[in-house]
Design a protein around this ligand. Structure first.
Ligand code: MIG
Length: 776
């Protein structure tokens, strides 16, 4: 039965049905209720997060989750009961006789309400319908393509290896079944449907006035996350699914990659070229080429004779190596290939419906697939990294983990393959691939991340993944997969990064220049300029694409690209402080302007390539950089400065020139931006003073955060600096420093920007106190 006929039936039933099967049963922390064909439990996890679980045919789904840890799922607060629902300290929850749910705030404003036929079933499948008010925009949903606002579109969550995906292709690599509804005044809520099956999200595509969530099977288990701001929702979504840990600082440096760096010599040559061309860089990536016949955890010794030496030598130049390690283990029984033999011995591989080993072609040829939903398998997998960790690799890249399978039209394994769940608070049981598919990549990275932690307990793991599920931000950073070298993909990159950030994945990047096809010189240059402000800044290209390293288009293009890479390194203290803030609050590093300034929701500028880094630094790249036309920039009210000139910007809407070597950047009035002298790598200590750029304005402040950049437990240094404009000049107030980490600077060079700029250099200021920068 399809959902259209089902809806017709449901409408009939709804009309014919009298009321709840029994009165609402009030509980200390929520309620339960039932209709003729369903039971429902609503629990207040916190005052602004409620969890809704539905029992189809009277049976509640297993209370378990890959996304929301048990301790979080089981937390609750007491509520006050009302006739048809309950209240928390922030929400007023009502249930109607069709189990239709309305969540209001305490002022009576509706946060989210069910639409007609709120709940219907088809076999084991279900559909939920929510109202889509006329002024609501929809964000989130991870890496989904299309526009920034998901309204009017419909999506499928089914992790898919999609080489050469178009800017509107769906589904692609990730499944993050979480969206944020935002009214035009910025009032926001979130909804997270914790169901790993092949689910559907329709935001007013089929029915213009409704959001329809459906899945063919699996739990009806969802969370309503109240705002009122987008930031509240994004933070609370991460209260549920976890925050990304602070990555190693080098992960914020420039990263050079290419499928096809095929020898020790070639990797060294890339490193020396980066250094001789004075292109700051922290990482070189090694794709599948280093392996023996594409077999994971092997090394082709002919082309890479000594990986330990390679790591050591490059480290000495401030360059770290990240290696790819795909999950598909080569099927090589009894040939001395340990990943297969130990995996087979431990019964770690996925089986077919008939119980036999599932073998299918991927890069190594016939391959087997670790059963990552078993804790024992993840821990075995993590141990496979032992030798590479001993060789000194800084991090690892988990590709192909949708999982991708060759020579099959579905691009993945049969959905009736059998996984075993033996993990967390799930009941140990067999599960079909239909259920596991969307969490497979996430559990792959969990194994890698936890393996790293075991092998190097005090070093922040760095894992990059292509496929993932909600909550996967706890284990890995991500990138947007096999994008193409087109202007539309450059725009798409910003949209995907912003929405991934709103979906908990702040550490995201796109292959700079595009993976497929080869960028024109102008496109590659523009891509560098914009990606310099995205969280993960990695140039990567396919083995059959033209080379895309920064130098490939000659000195003029290189000069522009280098300038933007350098600016990122100068901004490193700010970027790192924003990253550290993200690890505590969940606020994304890269944000839509409306995240901090809701008036941006009403702008009429094309802002496809406009965003902020940490809310204070606004990037306003031309939305159509391929066009010679100039364009309009809209700035939120409240005051900005031009980053390049330091001068205040007096207008909130103005024309910006569209020049290849220029991206307008603005700093929020009231910001103290920490910066540092240029270095060629985050491994190199800067020489000179810490730079504090002061942009006077309301609530003027800045944060200094520093640590050794790699340790999990270790000293840090934290200091807040505020500023105020006084008749005697600008007063900087240094808060007391917390933490004992010794900074690299002995002096602080302060620049006060504005109509009459002023500069002074002062001694480092570890203690609380005021410094006056006299007006000229
Ligand atoms: O089937 O490892 O998205 O970044 O260079 C292609 C080779 C496999 C896909 C990744 C891409 C990587 C490539 N991989």
């Amino acid at each position: 039965m399809n959902f259209r006929s089902l809806l017709a039936t449901a409408a009939f039933l709804a009309a014919a049905q009298p009321a709840l099967a029994a009165p609402i049963e009030h509980k200390a922390t929520g309620l339960s209720a039932s209709s003729a064909d369903a039971g429902m439990q609503i629990t207040a996890l916190t005052d602004s997060i409620i969890r809704v679980r539905v029992a189809q045919g009277g049976k509640f789904p297993e209370d378990a989750s890959w996304a929301v840890p048990a301790a979080v799922r089981h937390q609750s607060v007491n509520v006050t009961q009302s006739a048809d629902g309950f209240r928390t300290r922030a929400l007023d929850v009502h249930l109607d006789p069709q189990l239709g749910l309305t969540v209001n705030d305490l002022q009576g404003r509706t946060i989210v309400a069910d639409a007609a036929n709120p709940l219907s079933f088809a076999g084991r499948g279900f559909m939920l319908r929510k109202k889509l008010p006329i002024d609501q925009r929809i964000y989130g949903m991870g890496d989904k393509t299309g526009g920034m606002d998901r309204r009017g579109a419909a999506f499928v969550d089914w992790n898919t290896d999609f080489f050469g995906f178009a800017p509107w292709s769906d589904p692609i690599y990730k499944s993050i079944p979480f969206y944020i509804g935002v009214a035009s005044d910025g009032y926001a809520y979130g909804l997270f449907l914790d169901n790993s099956w092949r689910s559907n999200f329709d935001f007013g595509h089929r029915d213009a006035d409704a959001i329809e969530l459906s899945a063919p099977d699996g739990p009806i288990d969802y969370y309503v996350i109240a705002g009122p701001t987008v930031a509240d929702v994004v933070r609370n979504y991460q209260t549920l699914t976890g925050r990304a840990p602070l990555p190693p600082q080098w992960a914020l440096g420039y990263q050079q990659s290419r499928w096809g760096y095929s020898s020790d010599k070639e990797v060294r040559a890339i490193a020396s070229r980066l250094r001789s061309d004075q292109i700051p860089a922290d990482v070189i990536w090694m794709d599948i080429d280093y392996q023996e016949k594409n077999r994971p955890f092997t090394v082709n010794k002919t082309i890479f004779p000594d990986l330990k030496k390679l790591n050591t030598d490059l480290n000495a130049e401030g360059v770290r190596l990240v290696a790819i390690t795909d999950l598909h283990v080569a099927y090589l029984p009894k040939q001395g290939y340990a990943p297969f033999d130990t995996g087979e011995a431990g019964n770690h591989f996925v089986r077919k419906a008939d119980g036999s080993l599932y073998v299918a072609p991927v890069w190594p040829g016939p391959a087997v697939f670790p059963d990552f939903t078993r804790a024992a398998t993840r821990s075995w997998w993590g141990g496979l990294y032992n030798d590479f960790v001993a060789d000194g690799f800084a991090g690892f890249w988990n590709d192909m983990n949708e999982p991708a399978v060759f020579e099959t039209p579905t691009k993945t394994m049969p959905v009736d393959n059998l996984h075993r769940i033996d993990s967390d608070d799930f009941a140990p049981r067999d599960a079909t691939h239909s259920e596991i598919h969307n969490v497979f990549g996430m559990q792959n990275t969990r194994g890698t991340y936890e393996g790293m932690l075991k092998l190097r307990p005090n070093v922040r793991p760095f894992v990059m993944t292509r496929a993932t599920y909600a909550g996967g931000q706890r284990y890995a950073v991500t990138w947007t997969g096999d994008n193409s070298s087109t202007w539309d993909h450059l725009r798409l990159c910003v949209q995907q990064s912003l929405n991934l950030g709103l979906s908990g994945f702040t550490y995201t990047g796109c292959d700079v220049g595009g993976f497929v096809g080869g960028a024109s010189p102008d496109l590659l240059t523009r891509w560098y300029e914009i990606a310099a402000f995205t969280p993960v800044f990695r140039n990567h290209a396919a083995n059959d694409a033209p080379h895309a390293e920064p130098w490939v288009d000659g000195p003029e293009h290189l000069a522009i690209r280098r300038k933007f890479i350098e600016e990122r390194y100068r901004l490193m203290p700010y970027l790192y402080a924003v990253a550290e803030q993200n690890s505590r609050t969940g606020d994304p590093v890269m944000r839509p302007v409306f995240y901090d300034y809701p008036d941006a929701l009403k702008f009429d500028c094309d802002s496809a390539l406009t965003f902020t880094v940490g809310g204070k630094l606004l990037v306003a790249a031309p939305p159509r950089p391929e066009s010679p036309k100039d364009y309009k920039v809209c700035l939120p009210s409240g005051g900005w400065y031009d980053y390049w000139t330091g001068q205040p910007v007096t207008e909130t809407k103005f024309t910006a020139p569209n020049r290849l070597d220029y991206v307008p950047l603005y700093v929020r009035a009231g910001t103290i931006l920490p910066r540092q002298p240029l270095t060629q790598s985050t491994m190199i200590k800067p020489t000179g003073a810490l730079l504090l750029d002061v942009y006077p304005g309301q609530d003027c402040r800045g944060e200094i955060y520093l640590d050794d950049g790699i340790s999990i437990k270790g000293d840090s240094l934290r200091q807040t600096v505020t500023c105020s404009v006084t008749p005697r000049g600008v007063a900087l107030n240094f808060g007391a420093r917390t933490g004992k980490f010794r900074p690299w600077w002995k002096q602080i060079a302060v620049t006060v920007h504005g109509a009459a700029p002023a500069q002074i250099t002062i001694a480092d200021h570890p203690k609380a106190g005021e410094v006056l920068i006299a007006a000229k």
